[in-house]
Design a protein around this ligand. Sequence first.
Ligand SMILES: [Ca+2]
Length: 409
Amino acid sequence: MMYLLSALLILPLVCCKTNPYFKEQFNDGEQWEERWIQSEHKGKEWGKFVLSAGKFYGDGELNKGIQTSQDARFYGISSKFNAFSNEDKPLVLQFSVKHEQNIDCGGGYIKLFDCSLDQKDLHGETPYLIMFGPDICGPGTKKVHVIFNYKGKNLLINKDIRCKDDVYTHVYTLIVRPDNTYEVKIDNEKVESGELENDWNFLPPKKIKDPEAKKPEDWDDRAKIDDPDDTKPEDWDQPEYTPDPDATKPEDWDDEMDGEWEPPMINNPAYKGEWKPRQIDNPNYKGQWIHPEIDNPEYTSDSKLYRYTEICAVGIDLWQVKSGSIFDDVLVTDDPEYAKTFAEETWGATKEAEKKMKDSQDEEERKKAEEEAKQTKEKEEDEEEEDENEEEGEETSETTEEPHEHEEL
Ligand SMILES: [Ca+2]
């Protein structure tokens, strides 16, 4: 009995402890460099990732992540873990990114790869399984990418998910479930969800227009027709222009010199334009013809759209114009609840302090700018005063000189 009881007490702890497939917090100094491999793919100028909590943060140690450090560079870095399949389980991909540089154009997304990834050769064309996260370029592009590779093709989501575009840390979460549904969260709040089959073009359409079906030739789809009983009134046709009845021949008109006088033409008030018969309801109207649909022979359902048989690495592969983005708290797990708690314990625990530090830096800068402006103004005023004194001095010397000249005269 005792044994049973203790077994029951222990069981929940054993059964539900989450072991993430991958968890990276960059909180152990420079050791991350042993876990992450920088790409050396030829032909690209690779920017360097540096460990940093940035210019402002909630916690100087915990908020350390890897930061893009050089402008207008490609960034390629990845980390491998034990391969797993998400078959019959949720897949959660989560990370935080802070664009503290006030990003103008650049990616902030991460990718999942299978084990074939050659880490030192990672580049933009390297095949991946999933690409997820924010992408910003000018005011036009501010979206969250969710791209799935399915049978060799990269499929973009058909919906528009807006990303955060401020300078603070935000957590992006993608959950893919074995019932072929998904959810995207930003800062632990759901921003989009639905069915994989509906929101990506994984499969060809279920129904297509029947290629055999044709609109019958006698199908009348005219809702209105000309009234056959309506006839054009006999006095309808009038010329568009008519000689101006008020015009008179000028007195100095010389028929021999100027030719025969004709009055100028004006718009004819009796002119009615083109006659059109009255419209009536068409008694033979059958409505709009609808092309019948049939099951698409090319369509085969796939109950495992969500499934990746081998997930093995996470990587950052992007281009940035203005560097400074910090990636942190990367998590790959099968437990959405664990991911939620992890986000709360990391981003959630430091976001307010981060905001506060930024606010106080902004306030300091504002004061500094104010002080500088004040000093510049004072300096200018001093100089003006000096100028005035100098001018007065010059005037004095001039007036004293003048009599001399007069005396000489
Ligand atoms: Ca960290």
